[in-house]
Write a protein that binds this ligand. Structure first.
Ligand SMILES: Cc1ncc(COP(=O)(O)O)c(C=O)c1O
Length: 398
């Protein structure tokens, strides 16, 4: 038998973390890494944050799981806090981002069903989008690498170039339910939507009775310096999928909706054995305890500006390699020149400089540090990146 016990679907690297301390990960042999990947935008409070770990430990010792057959004081309190701090009136709790997007897709379809328009089932989504790995969420992207071999996929999606309002509007027809869009594409290469694009989608939704569904799994939850990224655009969505940072490392996701958008989601239409269990809610509450403290989002914005300035200052010294910086808050992307491949540069930083980053589409290096980084971590990351750029030999194609 040659297959590994863990199904070999991940191209795993040699880093084998066994412990986390704040903004650092420690490997099996005791080696330390500055973690500017945060489990791909998950560990928003860093590793082993005392408030989060205590909340989880206390809840585990009190009540870990109960069925959603029973009342959920923990879920009600957590959902209420999300409602109080967002556009939403109601929340479905999930275990992952893909499930949050699945719930968003179902909620959008049920809305039109409840309105007597079941033919309005099609969501317009965007090139290079990433919404997860379930059959529904791979159907919601047109990236071949995610879809190959899994056909037949779920019908009911149409794809437009990202940030191209006219192309998106041209796809609206009698079957359209709404738009599903990441305000800032993450896997697609840290591409923020323009103001005109998101506002244009909102206006089209209002004009045609469609729903604006945002995938904020990666860009939400404080990463851009507000609880949700759409707040920075000043637009109000109908449905939002959130996950990643929401549990600070504990598996948790949420589909948030307005009362109107959720009108079809009545008893019996959706469910999950684990979704919104007491342990997950304790983690979610602990993250919000920290994030909603006065000054937290200001400090994310300040750290984002400092990191961005550091990256921008560094670019001219290595302009054979670095092109530009993009993104918002602490969701930043370093676009590389064509002479280099982001995946290789990320491996170089990891293996030779102890700095963890994530590769993304469009030859971009994603920089997603914990939201609690301090000046010293930013300085250390810039120094490691500069050192890495100085000695990195781009892999040539020939
Ligand atoms: C924008 C976006 N949506 C959905 C997902 C899927 O989340 P999960 O891996 O938790 O299912 C991701 C994961 O990277 C994501 O970045």
């Amino acid at each position: 038998m040659t297959i590994t016990a863990l199904m070999p679907v991940y191209p795993r690297c040699d880093v084998r973390p066994v412990r986390g301390e704040g903004c650092y990960l420690i490997g099996e042999r005791g080696e330390r890494y500055l973690d500017f990947a945060s489990g791909i935008a998950v560990n928003c409070l860093g590793h082993a944050h005392p408030h989060l770990t205590k909340a989880i430990a206390d809840q585990a010792a009190t009540l870990m799981h109960v069925s959603n057959l029973y009342g959920s004081p923990q879920g009600e309190a957590f959902a209420q806090r999300l409602v109080d701090n967002s556009f939403a009136d109601t929340v479905f709790l999930t275990n992952s981002g893909a499930e949050a997007v699945e719930c968003a897709i179902k909620t959008a379809r049920r809305y039109h069903h409840a309105n007597g328009n079941p033919q309005r089932h099609k969501l317009i989504t965007f090139n290079n989008a990433f919404h997860g790995r379930t059959i529904g969420t791979i159907s919601a992207t047109n990236q071949d690498k995610l879809r190959d071999g899994f056909e037949p996929l779920l019908p009911g999606f149409a794809y437009a170039p990202f940030d191209d309002l006219d192309a998106a509007l041209a796809l609206i027809d009698d079957n359209t339910a709404g738009f599903l869009v990441e305000p800032i594409q993450g896997e697609g290469g840290i591409r923020p939507a323009s103001q005109a694009f998101l506002q244009g989608l909102r206006d089209a939704c209002d004009k045609h009775g469609l729903l604006l569904v945002l995938d904020e799994v990666q860009c939400g939850y404080g990463r851009t310096g507000t609880l949700f990224a759409h707040e920075q655009y000043g637009i109000k969505p109908d449905i939002v999928a959130a996950a990643k940072g929401i549990g600070g490392g504990f598996p948790l996701g949420a589909c948030l909706a307005t009362e109107e958008a959720a009108k079809g989601m009545v008893a019996g239409t959706h469910g999950s054995t684990y979704g919104g269990g007491p342990l997950a809610c304790a983690a979610g509450q602990a993250v919000l305890d920290v994030m909603l403290e006065d000054g937290f989002f200001d400090s994310v914005k300040a750290s984002g500006e400092r990191l961005r300035a550091g990256l921008e200052q560094m670019i001219p010294n290595h302009d054979h390699l670095f092109d530009s910086v993009r993104g918002m808050g602490l969701m930043l992307g370093l676009k590389l020149k064509d002479t280099a491949v982001s995946r290789d540069f990320v491996a170089h930083c990891r293996d030779h400089h102890g700095l963890l980053l994530v590769a993304a589409g469009d030859n971009v290096v994603r920089i997603l540090p914990p939201l609690v980084i301090e000046e010293s971590h930013i300085a250390e990351a810039i120094e490691k990146l500069s050192d890495a750029a100085r000695v990195y030999v781009p892999v040539s194609d020939d």
